[in-house]
Design a protein around this ligand. Structure first.
Ligand code: SF4
Length: 174
């Protein structure tokens, strides 16, 4: 992928959004890894503290907190790092875990700091998966399904949407 013609990478990424931007960006990042490590591999991250490994990754072009956490958590490295995608962020905001003004990037450190210290990498990964899936399957961007949500009793947004004053928001999907 690093050395393939950019058009081939673009073709391989066709099912994703913005393949024309992602293909050259991905190749740039792979080249930067090769330059910094002398090879295309990330095994050296296995022995680093997570914070150091994340900083190493985030120094690469195009890598932010979501990608650094996803690389460490989803790969065979399976380190304790919490990615926050837009679904996860939306659910956390609606549940009142973070303020609506906190953007996705800075929300990573805040949400991760809330997790029990004794949770291992798998539990942190599961936490992300659960929040992401809840956003994809129930707490939709438009028209969240509060009436069938298992979190309704705990959720200030759901409670507000169910109140007579929030009825307008419920029908408009806000
Ligand atoms: S109650 Fe509504 S707003 Fe709250 S988490 Fe559930 S679907 Fe989302």
């Amino acid at each position: 992928m690093r050395d393939a013609p950019v058009e081939s990478v673009q073709e391989a990424l066709a099912p994703c959004t913005w393949p024309e931007a992602k293909a050259p960006a991905l190749q740039r990042t792979l080249r930067a890894v090769t330059e910094r490590c002398g090879k295309l591999a990330l095994d050296q991250l296995a022995g680093m503290p997570v914070a150091e490994a994340r900083a190493w990754l985030e120094a690469l072009p195009g890598v932010g907190p979501k990608t650094s956490a996803a690389v460490l958590s989803f790969s065979g490295l399976r380190r304790r790092a919490l990615p926050v995608d837009s679904h996860h962020h939306r659910v956390a905001t609606r549940l009142g875990l973070i303020p609506a003004s906190l953007a996705v990037g800075p929300s990573h450190r805040v949400l991760e700091a809330m997790l029990p210290e004794e949770w291992d990498a798998q539990q942190v990964y599961d936490n992300h998966e659960v929040l992401m899936l809840h956003g994809q399957r129930c707490c939709f961007f438009r028209n969240p399904q509060c009436g069938r949500c298992v979190l309704l009793d705990l959720c200030p947004t759901g409670q507000e949407r169910r109140s007579p004053e929030g009825a307008g928001a419920a029908t408009s999907g806000g």
